[in-house]
Design a protein. Structure first.
Length: 100
């Protein structure tokens, strides 16, 4: 059995003092339960029954419609097979000159 050095003894004593300071006794520490403050009931307009879900009311969005101003000419492949839509001849020329 090895003997502890003086330095190790001092370290062990300091550690034991620290453990006592934080309340560790070598056994499983049981957490102290704090008193919970009373829970106030929120005032709401929810119905008493849980199977009824309140639904909000909002204005209906106008439906989106295709104006026909842009026509898809095709799909081009850019760097690493990245597919992009082509809407005009200029787009196709620009995409063809892009290398990366």
């Amino acid at each position: 059995m090895k003997r502890k050095s003086e330095k190790q003894k001092k370290l062990d004593e300091a550690h034991a003092l620290f453990l006592r300071k934080i309340g560790y006794s070598g056994k499983k520490r049981v957490a102290k339960r704090a008193e919970k403050p009373p829970v106030s009931q929120p005032v709401s307009s929810l119905p008493a029954l849980s199977n009824q879900i309140p639904v909000g009311v909002a204005a209906k969005r106008p439906p989106q419609r295709y104006s026909g101003s842009r026509t898809l000419l095709g799909i081009a492949a850019m760097h690493k097979s990245n597919l992009v839509p082509v809407f005009s001849k200029e787009d196709a020329e620009l995409i063809s000159t892009m290398r990366r």
